[in-house]
Design a binder for this molecule. Structure first.
Ligand SMILES: [Zn+2]
Length: 161
């Protein structure tokens, strides 16, 4: 997760940096509401950064990130970046996890191979009993062989002769 929560500022330091005087004692402190202008209606939690306006202006949130978003009109990512709590290194991310095309699930691949194997067995049985291979059967066998080749390629098997 690109948000590094540990890097969010301490609630007390953050709220003071927002020009708020934190009054009272204990976990919840009283300060002015920067959203509707109330002089002492905002309560902020120094432990987790939660805030709520008691005057009912609707300002509330669970941490300093939520406050920063609301107070500065920023989106989640912008606010996290602004607070220095966003790890943004897509290049690094890309090199660490080399992208592979999503392969055919093994279960599906096996189901296809089983079907192809059945076609081959039936065609071989017909030939063994003297029945000529029809054009349609021949086409199915060619398709099956091509499909097996593709599946082998996909799982990295060197199936070329
Ligand atoms: Zn308010």
């Amino acid at each position: 997760m690109p948000l590094i929560r540990d890097r969010l500022p301490e609630p007390q330091a953050y709220y003071e940096s927002q020009d708020l005087a934190l009054l009272g004692k204990g976990t919840w402190r009283t300060t002015r509401c920067a959203f509707h202008g109330g002089s002492d209606s905002m309560r902020v939690n120094l432990r987790n950064g939660a805030f709520v306006c008691m005057a009912g202006c609707g300002a509330r949130g669970g941490d300093v990130l939520a406050y920063h978003m609301a107070a500065q009109g920023l989106g989640f990512v912008e606010a996290a970046k602004d607070l220095g709590a966003w790890e943004d290194d897509p290049q690094h991310e890309a090199t660490r996890r080399p992208r592979r095309p999503s392969g055919l699930p093994a279960r599906d691949a096996l189901a296809l191979l089983r079907e192809d194997a059945m076609v081959v067995a039936i065609a071989a049985g017909n030939l063994a009993h003297g029945y000529p291979l029809s054009e349609a059967d021949f086409e199915r066998l060619r398709e099956g062989a091509a499909r097996i080749q593709r599946i082998a390629d996909e799982v990295g098997v060197d199936a070329r002769w």
